[in-house]
Write a new protein. Structure first.
Length: 442
């Protein structure tokens, strides 16, 4: 018979190599990395064509807002839908819809019938569908991967995401420019490059749909729930209630929201202002500093995937949040670009390492029937407050750039101090050191 027991034994071997031996994980990893590459082609292509057709930055901002706002809002509903069906089913449906939308957009672009209002409609549609896809994509890993392999799996998934995010825009921009160059004599050469980029995105969605179809995910036990719209809202309320009544989960979500509010705005708004005001290299310095953060983040993810033990996660969280605070304060004093790049590489490393650890904890300790809703709350804490952070950073940086970084750093140090006083630190260390495994007993 089979008995489930807890053990502190740590599997041997490199965690990332172990998880790559799992067929379903390989399918998911390949499919999602390929699809993400297509997403970057889509983003660059659409952004470029909107500017070419309108010559209006406001039009581009409207397109981005119409995609971003519903994506953040529908993430919460998407989590409830994921738990009512399954992560794989929601991902399949979402990618199938996005494939059809992208194909329609490509046809409209290539036939030169695309109008500006259509970009708004497509952006809104993609935003809603992506809101369903994102929590499902965060919840699927525990259904295809043993608990002992979640850390390695998360490291590979996030590592691929960061790598593709770094390379994808460059490849997309180069491909569109290359097509436009060789079709320079043709009418609407820009539309041709954009249309082909969108067709490439269609192909990557097809790869994702195929790999998801081939995955054999373990169905999670799902309690009997109400049907219809009222049932979805009841499911959402149940997820919110569970998160608020679970002290560790509540602390973790507050931590994620606080860190992202205090980092997103200063990084995305403050760094370009800093580069323009202090460094003679200007845009090159901006690119160097942000590239250093991305590189450090990728290294942190790889390190998290290579570390076998998950002990001391709580203590590490306190230490790493404190490093965020010190690093932000240090950014207020730099006058040389390479020093800023070194600091940002360190902050990126901390960001990558901590994100893998905390996501792994959420996936291990959340009941399967609630995982979609809890992942949606984590995503909302991560991206839902970004516009607020950016608006505050923009307003503050007009008056005091140093104050922006020092203020964010000081509050982050306060968050680290608060976190150190919470039971979270010791309990998460105890829970992360316990690995649930199935032992066959003759």
């Amino acid at each position: 018979m089979l008995d489930e027991v807890n053990t502190t034994a740590t599997p041997v071997g490199n965690p990332m190599r172990r998880v790559l031996r799992l067929r379903d994980f390989r399918l998911l990893w390949i499919g999602q990395a390929t699809s993400l590459l297509g997403d970057h082609f889509h983003f660059i292509a659409v952004s470029w064509l909107v500017l070419q057709l309108t010559n209006d930055p406001l039009a581009l901002g409207t397109v981005l807002a119409l995609g971003g706002v519903p994506r953040a809002l529908f993430t919460l509903i998407g989590g409830a839908i994921t738990d009512r069906f399954s992560p794989r089913a929601v991902m399949l449906a979402s990618d199938s819809i996005r494939l059809a939308l992208t194909l329609l957009m490509a046809v409209l672009v290539l036939t030169d019938t695309m109008q500006v209002w259509m970009f708004y409609a497509f952006a809104l549609s993609f935003g809603v569908v992506s809101g369903f896809f994102m929590p499902a994509s965060m919840a699927i890993l525990p259904s295809i991967t043993p608990a002992t392999e979640l850390q390695g799996g998360n490291a590979l998934m996030q590592g691929a995401s960061r790598l593709v995010s770094a390379l994808g825009p460059m490849l997309a921009g180069g491909a569109i420019a290359w097509v436009a160059h060789f079709a320079a004599g043709a009418e609407n050469a820009e539309q041709l490059g954009v249309g082909l980029a969108l067709l490439l995105d269609v192909a990557t969605f097809a790869v994702s749909v195929m790999t998801l179809w081939l995955i054999q995910a373990r169905p999670a036990p799902r309690p009997q729930e109400e049907t219809g719209v009222q049932g979805v809202w009841a499911s959402l309320r149940a997820g919110l209630r569970y998160a608020w009544q679970h002290p560790l989960l509540r602390t973790l979500l507050i931590l994620i929201a606080a860190v992202n509010v205090l980092l997103t705005g200063p990084l995305l708004v403050g760094i370009p202002v800093l580069a323009d005001a202090r460094f003679p290299e200007g845009a090159a310095a901006f690119g160097l500093i942000m590239g250093a953060f991305a590189g450090g983040s990728l290294l942190g993810i790889i390190l998290a995937g290579m570390v076998r033990s998950t002990r001391a996660t709580g203590v590490l969280a306190v230490l790493l949040v404190a490093i965020f605070g010190v690093g932000m304060i240090a950014m207020s004093r730099i006058t040389v670009a390479w020093v800023g790049a070194v600091i940002m590489a360190l902050l990126g490393l901390v960001d990558g390492f901590l994100s893998v650890r905390l996501i792994t904890y959420l996936q291990r300790r959340t009941p399967a029937a609630l995982l979609g809703r809890i992942m949606s709350l984590m995503l909302f804490a991560n991206i839902g407050l970004a516009p607020l952070s950016q608006a505050l950073a923009g307003a503050l940086s007009r008056y005091t750039l140093d104050g922006l970084f020092i203020g964010a750093g000081a509050v982050l140090l306060g968050v680290a101090g608060w976190l150190a006083t919470q039971p979270f630190v010791h309990i998460i260390d105890q829970e992360m050191s316990e690995t649930s495994v199935v032992v066959a007993i003759e």
